[in-house]
Ligand binder design. Structure first.
Ligand code: EPU
Length: 431
């Protein structure tokens, strides 16, 4: 099994370049299915979720050309409705965006129920509510989602989301872009990647207004044309390195960020005693000794992001007092706490609340990455711990962090990726 080995105790120094936003890219790539012409996407993060989505598009008949490491050209002009590669689809959460883009392009869709990190129940009822309001019949049977329209095209509708959902907001925006007439989403999510998706669609000829507010209006168009689009920097990747520097100590400059998107994270770190200085497209983070205890409640944007909860909770394991964390988005996002306890953390979890009593030190141990952000949290714990930390199940981390090891090593961390030779031999034999 591949693993990371970390020798803790080194502060982070220098600078790290932030990649394109995962949660924008994983919506934009499925949305490209609706584009008639060549779409050039820049600042694509090099992560396994992106690779899987590009493979799905290729298997649907798209021409995909890697121009360089972070630029890809996709031509979906000659794609026809076809069975999607279900084994890949069911592995990733973002495959649900194909419901919207297939409905938009073909008026019919068949996908698997989405996979993704396990934080308890993750229903897609709000996606279904939106598609149904736009005239689709949607059936979920035997792990598949079947959606169809009576005359091959969705029609605009008013959708009031019962829950602020990033995925449902983006999926409805995608589908409505090619619907007949106007769609209004009320109680929409407002994350930066929602604005990015809208900007992408608009640059291809769509008419999406109000993204970034809780009311989004989409005026359906007949055709989306090709073009070039640059994806925004990843808010959570940047936040992860900010939390890492806060916890491990040192001074780190994060380049290629939008400081305004990081404000919800910077504000909390400042409360913890960390210096955060915004530049034009960078932030400087300086850790000033022991962290102060704080309370954290996760909420949809512009609240504190749930995707930063494990990383900041891990930093708080070393703060000077008791912190209370309230998870306001998911039912079960604390599975990683049992791994932190192996490293000496003092944490009690009760439902959606975690009570963290700061300790003087963590110690290295063999721990697992329970999911993407929990895996990043284990890396942060390892950077701070005394001795060596071994992290297994790192494939979760590789889904969403581009070159995590390389970037941390560049900032002075003692972290090594150990590839399992047996795995490598098995892969070579299969090829
Ligand atoms: N929800 C419903 N019904 C729905 C959709 C969502 O009840 O139809 C609930 C969820 O169970 C959850 C809450 O609403 O309790 C919010 O879920 P949301 O739909 O916003 O999340 P998502 O679209 O499934 C995306 C990101 C997650 C991120 C959340 C919240 C992608 C592929 N995933 O998930 O990213 O945690 O938004 O910001 O964009 C990650 O990057 O590590 C990650 C898990």
């Amino acid at each position: 099994m591949d693993k990371y080995l970390i020798r803790g105790g080194r502060p982070l120094q220098g600078q790290i370049e932030i990649s394109g936003a995962k949660n924008a890219a994983v919506a934009i790539i499925p949305a490209v299915l609706m584009v008639d012409g060549v779409c050039r996407l820049e600042n694509i993060p090099q992560i396994s979720d992106v690779d899987m989505l590009l493979t799905i598009l290729e298997e649907l008949g798209a021409r995909v050309r890697r121009v360089d490491a972070t630029t890809v050209e996709i031509d979906c002009t000659h794609v026809h409705f076809a069975d999607a590669p279900y084994e890949l689809m069911r592995k990733i959460r973002a495959s649900y965006y194909f419901i919207g883009s297939m409905l938009g392009r073909f008026g019919t869709a068949k996908t698997t129920m989405p996979g993704g990190c396990n934080f308890g129940v993750r229903p897609i009822d709000q996606h279904v509510k939106g598609m149904t309001a736009m005239g689709a019949t949607v059936e979920i049977k035997d792990g598949f989602v079947y959606a169809d329209t009576p005359d091959g095209r969705l029609r605009g509708a008013k959708v009031y989301l019962d829950k602020v959902s990033v995925g449902a907001t983006m999926n409805i925006i995608i589908a409505a872009s090619m619907a007949r007439g106007r769609t209004i989403i009320e109680n929409a999510a407002r994350e930066p990647h929602i604005v990015d998706l809208a900007n992408f669609l608009n640059s291809m000829g769509a008419d999406v207004r109000g993204a970034g507010t809780d009311t989004v209006k989409i005026y359906g168009v007949d055709r989306l044309h090709g073009g070039t689009y640059t994806i925004i920097p990843d808010q959570i990747e940047a936040g992860t390195y900010m939390a890492a520097c806060a916890a491990a100590g040192g001074e780190l400059r994060l380049k290629n960020v939008i400081p305004r998107h990081l404000e919800c994270i910077s504000a909390k770190l400042r409360e913890m005693g960390v210096t955060v200085v915004d530049g034009e497209d960078s932030v400087l983070v300086r850790s000033n000794g022991r962290l102060r205890r704080v309370n954290v409640k996760t909420q949809p944007y512009p609240g504190f992001p749930t995707d930063m909860q494990p990383q900041v909770s891990t930093a708080l394991c070393l703060a000077n007092g008791t912190s209370v964390i309230t998870e306001g988005v998911y039912d079960n996002r604390y599975k990683y706490m049992k791994e932190l306890r192996k490293m000496g953390a003092n944490v009690v979890v009760d439902g959606c609340t975690a009570i963290i009593e700061g300790v003087d030190a963590l110690r290295g141990a063999r721990v697992a990455a329970c999911d993407l952000r929990a895996g990043a949290a284990m890396v942060i714990a390892g950077l701070c711990a005394q001795g060596v930390t071994e992290i297994v199940d790192i494939h979760y981390i590789e889904r969403g962090y581009e070159d995590f090891v390389g970037k941390l090593r560049g900032a002075g961390a003692d972290i090594t990726l150990v590839r399992d030779e047996q795995d490598a031999v098995a892969v070579a034999a299969a090829e």
